[in-house]
Design a protein around this ligand. Structure first.
Ligand code: NAD
Length: 333
């Protein structure tokens, strides 16, 4: 099938070309993000491949449909940026990659935890400047601490498995608790109890209307003083202003983000020569106890290979008229 691949980076092309050697699709790579201004690039392409910050809303879908597109292949798990009802109405099939090495994201989550806890970012800068003082670098042992995992699907479960290895106590919260996660040593508790008891809170639920700003000022107020908060899921789970308030009072002792609610304007591109226009993001960067990575938790060889292979296989299945287990249906409400 002819596939227009939006938001292309060098690593996208490398892994998609490799996976496509076996599947034989015709790939056209476009660097721009998919949005209403760029949707016309896909005219004549029956398949469009998008990433997390492409705008797959109703106007874009209508433009794509007019150009002959009949399948949107998301090369990611989350589909909060897609108007599924509009896709359904227009007869456009949406497929995604529901699982691609959840360990990639879980391990990046642990990287943020360890770096924040042992102040690796500060130590790195000090040593490069010949400053070997240890003041302000005191951490704690994860072994004796309580980790709160919100959302225990694939990634949350992988994190539980890893943190069990550290010897930490694991509290979990999910609207659909998992017997396997419980079996691996986590204790399911109500959300408020988790917020009050955890030394580290890590978010792994999807961004949906009920989870938007799950971490707001009321949630921050319930947290243990000095708590570490990690979000490698979706930016909209966290009310950034509420979290900045928590950092200023010390209620939040450390913050690790791989995602940010206004990341579309920033992430995945080099803005280093420009003046930062996002004052909220700029404030986050001033805290010594905040580490932000630019949505890179998925960026491993294993995940990129799995993403490319699953995305192209999904399109092959749709092309052949087969049912695709990775299709995403609109909710009937
Ligand atoms: P998953 O679907 O396997 O698990 C999500 C879990 O969240 C499920 O167990 C679900 O029951 C639970 N959940 C749903 N609503 C909830 C609520 N209101 N409160 C608590 N739990 C709730 O998804 P996954 O593969 O584990 O991925 C989790 C999220 O990670 C994705 O939605 C995506 O946004 C994000 N993600 C980020 C990256 C990255 O690079 N940073 C990469 C992949 C995925």
């Amino acid at each position: 099938m002819r596939i227009a691949v939006f938001s292309t980076k060098s690593y996208t092309r490398d892994y998609f070309d490799r996976a496509n050697a076996r599947l034989g699709h015709e790939l056209a790579y476009f660097e721009p993000r998919l949005q209403v201004e760029t949707a016309a690039l896909a005219a004549g392409f029956p398949a469009v491949c998008t990433f997390v910050n492409d705008q797959v809303d109703a106007p874009v879908l209508e433009c794509l449909r007019r150009g002959g597109t009949r399948v949107i292949a998301l090369r990611c798990a989350g589909f909060n940026n897609v108007d599924l009802k509009a896709a359904d109405r227009l007869g456009v099939v949406v497929v995604r990659v529901p699982a691609y090495s959840p360990y990639s994201v879980a391990e990046h989550t642990v990287a943020l935890m360890l770096a924040l806890n042992r102040r690796v970012h500060r130590a790195y800068n000090r040593v490069r400047e010949g400053n070997f003082a240890l003041d302000g670098l005191v951490g704690f042992e994860l072994r004796s601490r309580t980790i709160g995992v919100i959302g225990t699907g694939r990634i949350g479960a992988a994190l539980v498995e890893i943190m069990t290895g550290f010897g930490s106590r694991i509290l979990a919260y999910d609207v659909e608790p998992s017997a396997a996660v419980r079996g691996s040593g986590a204790e399911y508790v109500p959300l408020d109890d988790l917020l009050a008891a955890a030394d580290i809170i890590s978010l792994h639920c999807p961004l949906l209307p009920p989870t938007h700003h799950l971490i707001n000022s009321a949630a921050v107020a319930r947290m243990k003083p000095g708590v570490m908060l990690i979000n490698t899921s979706r930016g909209g789970l966290v009310d950034t202003r509420a979290v900045i308030g928590g950092l200023k009072t010390g209620r939040i002792g450390a913050l690790g983000l791989d995602v940010y609610e206004e990341e579309e304007a920033l992430f995945f591109d080099d803005h280093s020569g420009k003046v930062l226009q996002d004052d909220v993001f700029a404030r986050l960067l001033t805290f010594p106890n905040v580490i932000i990575t630019g949505h890179q938790a998925f960026l491993t060889e294993e995940a990129l290979t799995a993403i490319a292979e699953t995305t192209l296989s999904n399109i092959t299945q749709v092309e052949r008229g087969e049912s695709c287990e990775n299709s995403v249906a609109a909710r009937k409400s």
